[in-house]
Design a protein around this ligand. Sequence first.
Ligand code: NAD
Length: 426
Amino acid sequence: MERVANLSGAPQPTENPYLIAQQQVDIVAEKLKLDAGIREILRKPKRELAVNFPVRMDDGSVRCYTGYRVQHNLSRGPAKGGIRYHPDVTIDEVRALSMWMTWKCAVVNIPYGGAKGGVICDPKKMTLPELERLTRRYTTEISIIIGPERDIPAPDVNTNARTMAWIMDTYSMHKGYSVPAVVTGKPIAIGGSEGRAEATGRGCMYTVLEALKHLKMEPTRTATAVQGFGNVGATTALLLHEQGSRIIGLSDSRGGIYNPKGLDPHKALRYKQETGALADFPDSDPISNAELLALPCDILVPAALENQITVRNADKVRAKIVAEGANGPTTPEADEILYQKGIFLIPDVLANAGGVTVSYFEWVQDLQNLFWDVDEINRRLERIMVRSFQEVLNNSQCVEVNMRTAAYCLAVRRVAEATTTRGLYP
Ligand code: NAD
């Protein structure tokens, strides 16, 4: 379950992500003294589509699946958000995820509203042809609300570039011509963007560099620990290493590795590719994931799962900066503990927004049929991440709130302003 942490230390009596997302809006709306009507608009998704659809399995039988596509807010532009395939997908989870996408797009000020999609299925138990048929039929069912000007899906849990290629092809077949801008996260061969694969980790690195500047710390005199060595974690580790930070701890789902003198993340990546895990990496000591989070370091990047820094271990965190590469790695109670300890937190809606930012670049390139090289992508990404970091930081200093609350206030204010500026129809 993806969770974004508490904004004011107020109790969060529920595990239901949709209720949590609504509480977050309530808290920020109160701080911003938003009009009651706007609060009502922002605390519910604008549009929810539920679809039940049949898929023929390889053995000839037919199975019925349930899927959703939820659009939270379209005031700032078309909806944007991933599609998740998982047995635990619920409408409330999809609603919450769509709201969090609205805030993430608003924090980095890209012209999108938030959306999310999901299909209740277990992709690990399905064959590739079954997944293709499921994707093509789900796309057809939701094609009444998606499109390059309306709602642009992207990969999420258990979906990837291949899934996006099937969605793009299905949508295009219905139209009778190619519509690459209907999804992002596509393979480069059909209109994907350079730099998309490493965008989230790269964006995270830019925000860490800004935080170091703010705290008057030299990157070359820092030690970093990264939890999760997948797309986001490995890229962030490689790029921080390039900036001169000593990578002292890394971990994946099978455990972690530690060397206070520094690990070479390039070698660690090759080792993981060859052996399937980081465990037993030469010149390192094994550590547990719990130990990794408590390492004496300057920069801690949780880049694996949600709910990793909790009320049970938050007081053990010794980093000066926590950069949330993952979505919702810190629970609301832990958030408060980190804040009280004076740890500088870069919240997920900012730290991992590089992914959706380069998705935006992909869409823009597809619409104009003009493609940028990777240097251009990275330059533009850096500009947006640095600007957004500074805006959140200024906000947090002006109103004396933590970085997460500051990011949410910025986002909700932008969306509220767009909604009121457009006015009420009819
Ligand atoms: P991934 O599957 O590529 O990598 C996840 C990594 O976490 C793997 O190395 C896995 O072994 C490790 N892991 C799993 N369980 C672990 C555990 N208990 N302890 C330590 N490590 C564990 O996924 P990803 O795309 O890198 O996503 C990671 C997080 O970042 C997720 O929260 C995701 O929602 C978020 N995120 C990803 C993107 C993106 O563009 N990929 C964008 C925004 C947010």
